[in-house]
Each structure stands twice: as C-alpha cells, then as structure tokens.
Design a protein around this ligand. Structure first.
Ligand SMILES: Cc1ncc(COP(=O)(O)O)c(C=O)c1O
Length: 372
C-alpha cells in the first residue's frame, strides 16, 4: 500500500536515500577495519523498507544480514543473493517445533540460539537431517535480555557430543550501553564476552552494534552488526554525527486559518492563542508515527524556519503555528518539512522524549514513498 500511494493523494512524502544508506555502510565497514560489516534489517530495515534497502546493501558488498524474526528472514531470503548469510536474532520461536526448525533449513537461515531449549531443538533438527547445521550462539554478558548465561554455556560444553550435532558459526553478545562510551558496563561486557569466547576457539565472534563500531577495535572482533547507523541515527549522541541522514519527510498543508486571542486549537484545547495567530493543519498524525508526545513541543520547518506544533497531535493531522512565516508560503497544498535538512531523526526523538530508533520504526504506511 505504501508504495502504491500516489504522491498527489498522499498527505506526506517519505523519501529514502539509498545512496546515503550505502555511504553509511561504507563508512561503518571502513571504521570496523578487518571485521566483516553485517547489516541489521529487522523491523523492515528500521522502517525504511527492507525490499529496497537489502538489495542496495548487497550491491555495496554486504554479505551478512540479521533479522529479528523467522518471517523477516524468509522475506529477506528472496531479496539478497544466495551467498548471503541471514541470521535470525530471536532464533527458534519459543513454541517452536521440529517443523519450525526445519523451516530455517528450507529457507537457508541461521538461527541465533539464545537458550538451552533452542540449542536442544536445533540439535534435534540436525539429528533428524543427519547434518551439522549452522547456528550462532548468543551469550548474555550483562544485559539480561537474550542469550545463554555462563552456566548454560558450561552445561553445553560439558556435553562432548554437542558439536557432533550442530555447527557453531558465530558466537555473539549484545551491549547494553554502547551509546555511552564511558559506561563501565561496556568494558565489563567485553571482558565477559572475551572470556566466554575463549572457550569456542576458531569460531568468529561478534559484539558490536552501531555505537560499538565507534568504541574502538577491541569491540570489533570478527563481525560488527550495525543497524541504526546505516539509517542515519547518530551512534555517538552528543558528538557530530559521522553518518548521512537517510530519510526526509514532507507533509502537505490541508488547511490554514487565522485564530484570534482567546481561541483554542486542537483536542483538549491545549493551545490558547494569546493574539492573532496563523494556524496551518498538515495531513499527518500519530497514526503515521508522528508521536503524540510531540504535542505542544515538536516542530516542523517551512523554508528553513521552525514552526511549532500548536496543541495536541491528532491521529491524522497536526496543527502548526505558522505566524512567523509569510502567508503565501503556508497555503493549502504547500509542503512543510518534518525530517530533512533542518530536522534530523535524532532532533525529533529528543523533542518527543524518545530515541531515533522509535521515530524511524514508527513511520507509517500512509506516506508516498520515494526511493532515491
Ligand atoms: C542483537 C542485536 N544486534 C545488533 C543490533 C543493531 O543495533 P543498532 O541498531 O544499535 O546498531 C540490534 C538492535 O537492537 C540487536 O538487537
């Protein structure tokens, strides 16, 4: 539906700059030095559209991809060359059966095994097919989210038969605070990871997400797994962003009016005009991912001039106080910038009290999408 939405009919146009994504990949790969640079594709390539992003990255030389879910992996398999490795981060679904495990094999996907039950199910699949099937092993090194605890690892290694069944091709873990370079957990998780890894000699290791690519070579190991930075999110908050913005969003003005002192605007009458104000309504709202928490504090831009959101963000529309710009620039049919030259994904996230990841992944399906 998103692709089919005609530009003239859509309330907003989302432009995705595939050149920028490719340039960001090159930048990350270069920073990662000798480590292989993979690409994280989960949540439809963080909202940018896996169908277009994955082939573009494959053209750039990316040969290793990560999705979160099995379904995403199955979709991705159709989009990238056969020699690409696709890891599924959630591994085998919790209620998974042998049949589910065999689906991984059918689609050439490599599960990330996060707990002893997943390991056991994968071993069963290996025995059933009489093949040592590839799998990644994830360790929990301090985030307490996914991955085997050190005791699980010890139990696994205590069984001499484990490697007769499955073929470990990657050991990995994930950092909780990589975007805070000085956080003590970074070094601690790395030490724990290196200690666990030492028990799996010869098997490539991976710890780094986007931010950790910029933490130095000690965090790169054999493979880095950036997602956010590919899509222009700043991996080093508080420092200049070394990556290019990959999305821009422009919404159309559907109505413009003058309100007088004492008039209110929007749901809950949260905006009270102190004097005559020009209000422009744009055709995009929280159903399109423009977070309601931006009510009364977010901005759009008209020809480079910031115009504040007046009152509450509605489901399909937002009211802007455009008093500060010439009237002819804010007539119905004209466009305002929500993401682009003057406002990055990280800027919007800051105003909304969230992170760029949430802004991107929430971008809705009603926009006209243009791939540049
Ligand atoms: C296990 C794992 N690796 C890599 C990534 C990519 O992280 P980022 O988008 O911060 O680069 C994620 C995303 O959250 C993840 O869960």
């Amino acid at each position: 539906m998103a692709e089919a939405m005609d530009a003239a009919r859509a309330g907003a146009v989302l432009a995705i700059d595939l050149d920028a994504v490719r340039a960001n990949y090159r930048r990350l790969a270069e920073t990662a030095g000798k480590a292989v640079c993979a690409a994280v594709m989960k949540a439809d390539a963080y909202g940018l559209g896996m169908d277009r992003v994955a082939p573009a990255l494959a053209l750039e030389g990316c040969r290793v991809f990560f999705t979160a879910h099995l379904e995403e992996g199955i979709r991705l398999r159709q989009l990238v060359p056969a020699d690409c490795t696709i890891y599924v981060l959630h591994g085998l679904p919790p209620a998974g059966t042998l049949h589910t495990a065999l689906e991984f094999v059918e689609h050439g996907l490599v599960p990330v095994l996060n707990d002893p039950a997943q390991v056991e199910l994968w071993r069963r699949a290996c025995r059933q097919l009489q093949q040592r099937l590839p799998a990644a092993l994830q360790f929990d090194t301090g985030m307490s989210r996914m991955g085997m605890a050190p005791a699980d690892v010890a139990r696994l290694l205590a069984d001499p038969a484990w490697k007769d069944d499955l073929k470990p091709v990657l050991v990995m873990s994930h950092l909780a605070c990589a975007d805070e370079p000085l956080h003590e957990l970074n070094g601690l998780q790395r030490l724990r990871f290196d200690a666990l890894r030492a028990q799996f000699p010869g098997i490539p290791g991976s710890l780094a997400n986007s931010s950790a690519v910029f933490l130095g070579s000690a965090f790169h190991h054999d493979l880095v797994r950036p997602g956010a930075a590919l899509y222009g999110i700043n991996p080093q908050p508080g420092h200049p962003n070394p990556l290019r913005q990959a999305v821009s969003l422009r919404a159309r003005i559907v109505q413009a009016r003058t309100v007088q002192a004492g008039d209110v605007v929007g749901y809950g009458a949260r905006y009270l005009a102190a004097g005559p104000r020009r209000i422009a309504t744009i055709a995009l709202g929280y159903a399109d991912g423009w977070l309601r928490s931006l009510s009364g504090c977010g901005h759009a831009y008209v020809d480079g001039v910031a115009v504040p959101i007046a009152g509450t963000v509605s489901m399909d529309s937002i009211t802007l106080d455009v008093t500060g710009v010439p009237e002819e620039r804010v007539l119905p049919g004209r466009e305002v910038e929500l993401l682009g030259e003057h406002q990055t994904v990280d800027d919007v996230a800051r105003e909304a009290g969230t992170i760029g990841y949430e802004v991107l992944t929430r971008l809705g399906s009603r926009f006209h999408r243009q791939y540049l």
